[in-house]
Design a protein around this ligand. Structure first.
Ligand code: SF4
Length: 351
C-alpha cells in the first residue's frame, strides 16, 4: 500500500507522476499537486534534495489526501525527516545511503509506519563496479543492481518493496524487468525514463508500457515527459484506457477527416475534448467528419456526433437524438454530453 493505493497482487494499475516544482517552494508545489489531482494522479512523488525540502513535506502532507512519495538519494536523514512528515512511500536505494546503521534506522522508521520503499534503478546512475563488470548499463547490470538493494532490505526482514528498472530505451527496460521478475516477487513500478518531449516521449512511453503491461510487468506506472506533469498523468490514463485495463473520464473517438469532410473536424474535436477534459464520467464519445462512417461510429459510442454539410446529427445510446446546425455543433453537442452525464450545462464539468 502507498497510503490508500494498493500496488501489485491484482490491484488496479495506478497512475503516478512527480512534481517538477522546487519542493522547498511549498505554495508552487501545493498548486502543482492540486493540478495533478484534478488530472487523476493517484500517487505523487516529490524530490527531496535537502532538509528544507523535507521540512516542506509536512505542510504539503497536511494539504492533500493523495499518496505522497519522497524521492531521496544518499542522505538517510532526509528519509527519516520525510517519514516523520508523514509521507506514504519512499523512493530510495538502500545501498546508496551509507553505513548499515543508517539503513537500519530508515528501515525501522519505515516499518513502524508501514511505509513501502521503492528501489529505483536507473541506467544513468548505475554503480561503478557494475558498469566496470558489464561495460555499460545492460539489462543484467540493472537487474543485478536492483537485486543487491533488495537483499539489503530482505536481510533486515523488510519486505514492503517495489522495484523499478528504468533505461531510456525500451528493449533494455523490458529485458531488465523480465530478468528481475524471474528472481523476486515484488511489485513493479514501471516506465521508460527520460522519454523526451511531449510527442516523442508519449510514443516511446506508450510503446514501452504497452509491452510491460502486456507481460504483467507493471503494477503502477509513471510516464516521464519533458512537459508539465499533468500531461504525464493524461498519457498514463490514455495508455491504460486504450489497452482496456482501466477507464477514467471521457474517451474521445474521432476520425482523421479526409476529402469527404465538410466541416472543421479537428477544430470541433479539439474544442469538444477541451470542454469535456475535466469530466470524470466513464463515457465514450465519438466526433466524426461525415455521413459515411460517422453514423456507425456515433451509434456505437455512448454519445456521438456525425457531421455533414452545414449540420450534424447527435446519436445518444445508438439512436438519433437531434440535429444541430453547423454553428452550434460544439455547444450543442457538449450540452448533450453533459446532460447524459447528469451535469448541468451551466456548471460545466468543473474545469
Ligand atoms: Fe473521412 Fe468521413 Fe471517415 Fe472522417 S468519417 S475519415 S470524414 S470518411
Amino acid at each position: 500500500m502507498i497510503g490508500r493505493i494498493a500496488v501489485g497482487d491484482g490491484a488496479a494499475i495506478s497512475v503516478q507522476s512527480m512534481t517538477k516544482t522546487d519542493t522547498r517552494d511549498a505554495a508552487a508545489t501545493a498548486a502543482q499537486i492540486r493540478r495533478l489531482e484534478r488530472a487523476g494522479c493517484e500517487v505523487i512523488r516529490l524530490a527531496v534534495p535537502d532538509i528544507r525540502a523535507a521540512e516542506a513535506l509536512r505542510g504539503l502532507r497536511a494539504g492533500t489526501k493523495t499518496a505522497l512519495v519522497a524521492d531521496i538519494h544518499f542522505d538517510h536523514k532526509l528519509a527519516l525527516a520525510a517519514l516523520e512528515a508523514g509521507v506514504d512511500g519512499l523512493r530510495l536505494n538502500p545501498g546508496n545511503i551509507g553505513s548499515r546503521k543508517k539503513i537500519e534506522e530508515v528501515v525501522k522508521a519505515a516499518r513502524e509506519r508501514s511505509v513501502p520503499i521503492r528501489i529505483g534503478v536507473n541506467s544513468g546512475s548505475l554503480e561503478k563496479d557494475l558498469l566496470e563488470k558489464y561495460g555499460r548499463a545492460v539489462p543484467e547490470a540493472l537487474a543485478e543492481s536492483a537485486l543487491r538493494h533488495v537483499r539489503i532490505l530482505e536481510d533486515l526482514d523488510f519486505h514492503l518493496i517495489k522495484i523499478s528498472l528504468k533505461a531510456s530505451d525500451i528493449p533494455r527496460t523490458l529485458e531488465a524487468y523480465r530478468l528481475v521478475a524471474g528472481r523476486v516477487d515484488y511489485p513493479f513500478h514501471a516506465g521508460i525514463t527520460e522519454a523526451g518531449l511531449l510527442l516523442p516521449g508519449t510514443v516511446k512511453s506508450s510503446a514501452g508500457l504497452a509491452l510491460l503491461l502486456n507481460e504483467g510487468l507493471a503494477d503502477t506506472i509513471r510516464v516521464s515527459l519533458t512537459a508539465p506533469p499533468e500531461n504525464e498523468v493524461d498519457v498514463g490514463w490514455t495508455i491504460l484506457r486504450s489497452m482496456g485495463i482501466r477507464r477514467r473520464g471521457v474517451e474521445l473517438v474521432s476520425c482523421p477527416s479526409c476529402g469527404r469532410c465538410e466541416v472543421d473536424l479537428p477544430g470541433i474535436a479539439s474544442a469538444v475534448a477541451e470542454r469535456l477534459s475535466g469530466l470524470p464520467h466513464d463515457l465514450t464519445i465519438a466526433v466524426m467528419g461525415c455521413m459515411v462512417n460517422g453514423p456507425g461510429e456515433a451509434k456505437e459510442a455512448d454519445i456521438g456526433l456525425a457531421c455533414g454539410r452545414g449540420a450534424g446529427v447527435v446519436f445518444k445510446k445508438g439512436r438519433i437524438h437531434r440535429r444541430l446546425p453547423e454553428k452550434n455543433l460544439v455547444d450543442g453537442f457538449v450540452e448533450d454530453v453533459l446532460e447524459l452525464a447528469g451535469q448541468s450545462p451551466e456548471r460545466g464539468p468543473g474545469i
